[in-house]
Design a binder for this molecule. Structure first.
Ligand code: FAD
Length: 509
C-alpha cells in the first residue's frame, strides 16, 4: 500500500516544522525551496567573510521548539547551543538616556525606578502582570487552536474566561493601553514597540499585543552561531526522518484535478504527483496567481493597505566606539507617531526612524574584543511597497546617511570594516513574492485582524497553509506553530479519509 506523499513549498519556519512533523509521522515528504538554503526570512548573508544573521534575531518561546524537537526524537539542546539572555534589550533616547530591560522583572523594575521614578516602576509591575494574563487567556484558546473565529474564542474561554477576554481591551490600541501604565512618553514608546514584533503600528494594533511583552519576559535565548542554525537544525532533523529537501527548486504551479490538489510543477517543467501540499509561501502568493489559476481561488489575498511592516536593513562588519552596545539595542526616534505616519499614511521611509541594532557577537552586553571588528545588523521599519516603488540606490543612500548619522548623534560611532549588505522592501518582495516586502503577513491592525488570517486548511481540498501570513501569525515560534497545525490537519484529514477508504496509511491505520 502506498504512503501518502506530501509536498511542502518553502523551507521557512512553517514549512520546516510541517516537514519535520509529517516525515516523523511516516509520510513521504518532498520539500521544495527556491532559495539555496533553508530558513526563509531566517537567512544569513556574508559580511567580511563571516556569515551573519539578516533576519530574526530575538528567539523567544523556546518551548515551541523544545516540543518540536522532542517529538522528533531529538532535543533542542542536542542540536544547538543556547544561552539565556540576562539583558533583554538596551534602549536609548537622547544621548545619556539609557534603560536596560532584564530577564528578571524585579531588576527591570529597579532600573525603571532609577530611570523614570517609582510611579513608572509600579506601572511596569502592573503592565507585566496584565501582559501575563493576556497571554494565558489566549495561549490555548487562540494561539494553539486551528484558526478560531471570535465565536470560537468565546466558546473556548467559556463563561469564566469572558471577563478575562474583556479585560484584555481588544478594542483599545496598544498605544492607548500602554498610556494607562506609563506617564513617561519614553516608556510608552518602549512598550508600544512590541507591536512592531508583529509588523504593526502601536497606534493601530490592539492592546492584545501586550502579550508579546510577556513572551519576551518569559525568556529570550541566544543561539550560538546565529539564528540561522535553527533552520539548519530543523532541516537536518527532517532529512534524518526521511524528508527530501530540494533547494533552488521553485514551485511554479499547484496542479489540481477534480477540484483537489494533485501535484506540483517545479521550475515550469517537472511535474510530481502528490496527495497534499503545505504552502509556506505568503498566502498572498496564492491569491496573486503565482501557483496558477486554480490555486488562486483558494486564498482571498491581502489588500496592500493591510500589509505589515517591511524594513531596510544593513549587515556589516565594524568596530564600534562611544556607546556600549548590548546584543539587542534600540535607538528611539524623537517622535514615534510621526514615524508611523510616514510608514502607514505617507507610505515613505521615515524621516526620523527608530533604529534597531543587533550586535550578534555579544552575549548580553559583553563578550567582544573592542579591538576587533564585530558583526552588526541594523534595521529600520519601512512601508511594504516594494512591488510598486523602486527603492533605488540614491533613496537608500540617503536613508543610510540619516540612520548612521542618527546613531553617531546618539553616541555610537561605527567604523566599517566591510561594505554593508543592504536589503530593502524591493529585495524582500523579490525574496518573498507577492508581499510588497511585508515581512509579517497581514498587519495586526484592529481587533479583527487576527481573525482575518488564513487558517491551516485552505478552500482548496488538499492544500494547507503554514507561515507568518497564516494563523497564528508572524514571528519565529508562531510560524513554526502554524507549520505544526498544518501537519496536524493533514494527519487528521488523511486518517479520516482512511476510515472511509480502507487503505494502509502512515502511522499504521
Ligand atoms: C529582518 C527580519 C527581522 C525579524 N525579526 C524577528 C525576531 O527577532 N523574532 C521573531 O520571532 N521573528 C522575527 N521576524 C519574523 C520571522 O522571521 C518570520 O515571521 C518567520 O521566520 C516567517 O516564517 P515563515 O514560515 O512565514 O516562512 P518564510 O520565512 O516567509 O519562508 C517562506 C519560504 O518559502 C519560500 N518560497 C516562496 N515561494 C516559493 C516557491 N514558489 N517555491 C519554492 N519556495 C518558495 C521562500 O523562498 C522562503 O524560503 C523577522 C523577520 C525579518 C525579515
Amino acid at each position: 500500500m502506498r504512503t501518502a506523499r506530501i509536498a511542502v513549498i518553502g523551507a521557512g519556519m512553517g514549512g520546516l516544522a510541517a516537514a519535520l512533523d509529517l516525515s516523523r509521522s511516516g509520510f513521504e515528504v518532498l520539500l521544495f525551496e527556491q532559495a539555496a538554503a533553508p530558513g526563509g526570512k531566517m537567512r544569513e548573508v556574508d559580511v567580511g567573510g563571516r556569515a551573519t544573521d539578516a533576519g530574526p534575531t530575538v528567539f523567544t518561546m523556546r518551548g515551541v521548539f523544545d516540543a518540536l524537537f522532542d517529538d522528533a526524537g531529538s532535543s533542542l539542546e542536542r542540536e544547538l547551543t543556547l544561552t539565556r539572555a540576562n539583558v533583554l534589550a538596551r534602549h536609548t533616547w537622547r544621548p545619556g538616556e539609557c534603560l536596560d530591560l532584564f530577564a528578571d522583572p524585579a531588576r527591570s523594575e529597579t532600573a525603571i525606578e532609577a530611570f523614570a521614578g517609582a510611579r513608572e516602576a509600579q506601572g511596569f509591575a502592573r503592565f507585566v502582570a496584565h501582559a501575563r494574563r493576556i497571554y494565558s487567556t489566549l495561549e490555548k484558546s487562540f494561539i494553539q487552536a486551528a484558526r478560531p473565529s471570535p465565536l470560537d474564542l468565546i466558546r473556548r474561554v467559556g463563561l469564566k474566561g469572558l471577563g478575562d477576554l474583556w479585560d484584555i481591551q481588544p478594542f483599545a490600541s496598544l498605544w492607548q493601553a500602554t498610556g494607562g501604565y506609563f506617564r513617561d512618553p519614553r516608556l510608552q514608546q518602549l512598550f508600544g514597540r512590541y507591536a512592531t514584533y508583529c509588523g504593526s503600528s502601536p497606534f493601530l494594533a490592539p492592546a492584545t499585543l501586550m502579550l508579546v511583552a510577556h513572551v519576551e519576559q518569559a525568556g529570550v535565548w541566544y543561539i550560538h552561531g546565529g539564528m540561522h542554525r535553527l533552520a539548519v537544525a530543523m532541516s537536518g532533523l527532517a532529512q534524518r526522518h526521511g524528508a527530501v529537501l530540494r533547494y533552488g527548486a521553485a514551485v511554479t504551479q499547484i496542479l489540481v484535478h477534480h477540484g483537489r490538489v494533485s501535484g506540483v510543477e517545479i521550475d515550469g517543467k517537472e511535474r510530481i504527483a502528490v496527495d497534499a501540499i503545505v504552502c509556506n509561501a505568503d498566502s498572498n502568493a496564492l491569491a496573486a496567481g503565482l501557483f496558477g489559476a486554480s490555486a488562486a481561488r483558494s486564498s482571498p489575498g491581502t489588500p496592500p493597505a493591510w500589509r505589515s511592516l517591511s524594513a531596510v536593513t544593513w549587515n556589516l562588519s565594524a568596530k564600534t566606539a562611544g556607546f556600549d552596545l548590548a546584543h539587542h539595542s534600540v535607538f528611539f526616534s524623537a517622535d514615534y507617531r510621526a514615524e508611523f505616519d510616514d510608514i502607514y499614511r505617507r507610505r515613505r521611509l521615515p524621516t526620523s526612524p527608530t533604529i534597531y541594532v543587533c550586535a550578534q557577537d555579544r552575549i548580553d552586553a559583553g563578550g567582544v574584543d573592542p579591538e576587533q571588528a564585530e558583526r552588526l545588523f541594523c534595521l529600520v521599519n519601512a512601508p511594504a511597497i516594494g512591488d510598486t516603488h523602486l527603492f533605488d540606490t540614491a533613496e537608500i543612500a540617503q536613508c543610510e546617511a540619516r540612520v548612521f548619522g542618527q546613531l553617531e548623534k546618539s553616541g555610537l560611532s561605527i567604523h566599517r570594516r566591510s561594505s554593508p549588505v543592504t536589503s530593502t522592501p524591493s529585495n524582500f518582495h523579490r525574496l518573498f513574492p507577492a508581499t510588497g516586502g511585508a515581512l509579517y503577513g497581514q498587519a495586526s491592525h484592529g481587533w479583527q485582524a487576527s481573525f482575518r488570517r488564513a487558517g491551516s486548511r485552505s478552500a482548496l481540498p488538499g492544500l494547507y497553509l503554514a507561515g507568518g501570513s497564516s494563523h497564528p501569525g508572524p514571528g519565529v515560534p508562531m510560524a513554526a506553530t502554524s507549520g505544526r497545525l498544518a501537519a496536524a490537519c493533514i494527519i487528521a484529514d488523511r486518517a479520516s479519509i482512511a476510515r472511509f477508504r480502507p487503505v494502509a496509511m502512515p502511522g499504521g491505520t
